[in-house]
Design a protein around this ligand. Structure first.
Ligand SMILES: Cc1ncc(COP(=O)(O)O)c(C=O)c1O
Length: 449
């Protein structure tokens, strides 16, 4: 019995000790797993998905049903409709005098190209670091997109290089407020004003962004916005063009509705001018009203989170968050962008860095490719209609000027996070930074795996 007791005590002691040992071992294993990159078999930093996008609430459902039930699906000119309400509220939000809702960001740019009369033989200044629509709308007018290299620090068009790209054929400057930040508005405006060249702002990614306290999209001849599904204000698809010029607004209204005159404006004939159908539907207008209700709060959350993320990321060697110009007083953070320096990550290639990041539960992408080097641009400018206008010599000269070395470099270094990743709690930002720090600490190991 005694023997048994001793044996039992010894057993309990041993059992307790081994339980503690097991616990310590599992803690060690846990700690090791926590610091071991997920791509090498460790625990991922994050298992939950980021805030989902797009968002809507019951008020939007109600408005949508209202459109269906009233059979008011079409935007009737001069009547109070959801689209007209949206236009009014978007002018209030941005401070623009006039807003024309259209079917997409692309069609707001097409409308603008027609309003500043871009046509065959003209040149339009564009950045290479943008979505294809910025370039396509120029080609659609049978004009030449003149690429001005990127400022690699900010990801925006390098405004200091615009002046030397101007020729007697420059009809318009079409810079992009990329990723939610602003291009260097002062420098662009100075050049444009001196030469009397209109500026069309591509603000498709920068709803509510500001330059010296004024909303972007209200600073040029026109400002163009997209409400495509990924954008910070979304209706699946949709767009808007802002302007402070009443005559231009009336013309744009006609243009976007197959030439029908603006209500109350005298027309030279049955139709006021040539145009196309670029109208927004009431379904889109109904959704957009709801989106406007929450865009300010969402923008504040993105800004707060982006600041927290930048404070952490700029301390990691090899990570360079996109800088903002001093005049950019508000960033809409449609994208969170940074440059990745593989050398400072033990030679880890960017694609492998992104795979390691994804294994930690953080999705990222490489962003834009070299748009100025797309074969379709060469094909288009060498096509019959272009050759008829420009001739071989001018097209050869054009193609010889198409290089943008800084942009080439950026397209090889950039990493993007989407705006919805900035809509969660601040702890989401810490997890993103923790994951990048973890990868940095094990970069050489991951590179050689
Ligand atoms: C910079 C830029 N310009 C133009 C567009 C075109 O907008 P949409 O897709 O609404 O036609 C987009 C959006 O995709 C964009 O990001």
């Amino acid at each position: 019995m005694k023997h048994t007791t001793i044996q039992r005590r010894a057993f309990l002691k041993t059992a307790a000790a081994s339980a503690i040992a097991a616990q310590v071992t599992s803690l060690n294993v846990f700690a090791a797993e926590a610091t071991k990159p997920a791509i090498l078999g460790g625990e991922p930093i994050r298992k939950d998905s980021f805030a989902s996008w797009p968002v809507y609430d019951p008020a939007e459902e109600e408005r949508w049903l209202d459109v269906i039930r009233k059979k008011g699906w079409y935007r009737f000119a001069g009547q109070t409709t959801y689209v007209a309400d949206f236009e009014k509220r978007f002018t209030e939000l941005t401070g623009a005098k006039y807003c024309l809702a259209v079917s997409s960001g692309t069609t707001s740019l097409i409308t603008s190209m027609n309003m500043v009369d871009v046509g065959p033989g003209d040149e339009v200044i564009v950045p290479p670091y943008t979505f294809s629509a910025t370039i396509n709308v120029v080609l659609l007018q049978h004009a030449l997109p003149i690429f001005v290299d990127t400022d690699i620090e900010t990801f925006q068009i390098d405004a200091t290089k615009i002046e030397s790209a101007l020729t007697e054929n420059t009809r318009c400057i079409l810079p992009v407020h990329l990723g939610g930040a602003a291009y260097d508005v002062d420098t662009v405006a100075k050049i444009a004003d001196a030469k009397g060249i209109p500026v069309v702002e591509d603000a498709c990614q920068s709803h509510l962004a500001e330059w010296r306290g004024k909303k972007v999209g209200t600073l040029g001849k026109t400002g163009c916005f997209s409400f495509q599904v990924t954008k910070n204000i979304s209706a699946g698809d949709g767009g808007a063009m802002l302007t402070n010029d009443e005559e231009l607004y009336h013309q744009a209204y006609s243009f976007h509705s197959n030439g029908r005159a603006f209500p109350g404006v005298k027309s030279p004939g049955v139709y006021a001018r040539s145009g196309a159908n670029l109208r927004m539907t009431e379904f889109q207008g109904a959704i957009l009203l709801g989106q406007l209700d929450r865009v300010e709060a969402q923008s504040k959350t993105r800004e707060t989170n982006a600041k927290r993320l930048t404070a952490r990321l700029e301390k990691i060697p090899g990570i360079a968050p996109a800088k903002m110009y001093e005049g950019c007083t508000r960033n809409a953070y449609h994208l969170y962008m940074f440059r990745f320096d593989a050398e400072k990550f033990g030679g880890l290639p960017r694609e492998k860095f992104l795979k390691a990041l994804s294994a930690e539960g953080i999705p990222g992408s490489t962003g834009y490719k070299k748009l100025n080097k797309e074969q379709y641009i060469v094909d288009r400018v060498m096509s019959r209609p272009f050759m008829n206008v420009y001739g071989k010599q001018r097209i050869d000269d054009y193609l010889a000027r198409i290089e943008c070395p800084q942009n080439d470099k950026l397209t090889e270094e950039a990493v993007w996070f989407t705006q919805n990743m900035l809509l969660g709690p601040e702890s989401d930002m810490d997890q993103i930074a923790d994951a990048i720090e973890k990868i940095h600490a094990h970069a050489a190991e991951i590179a050689s795996a």
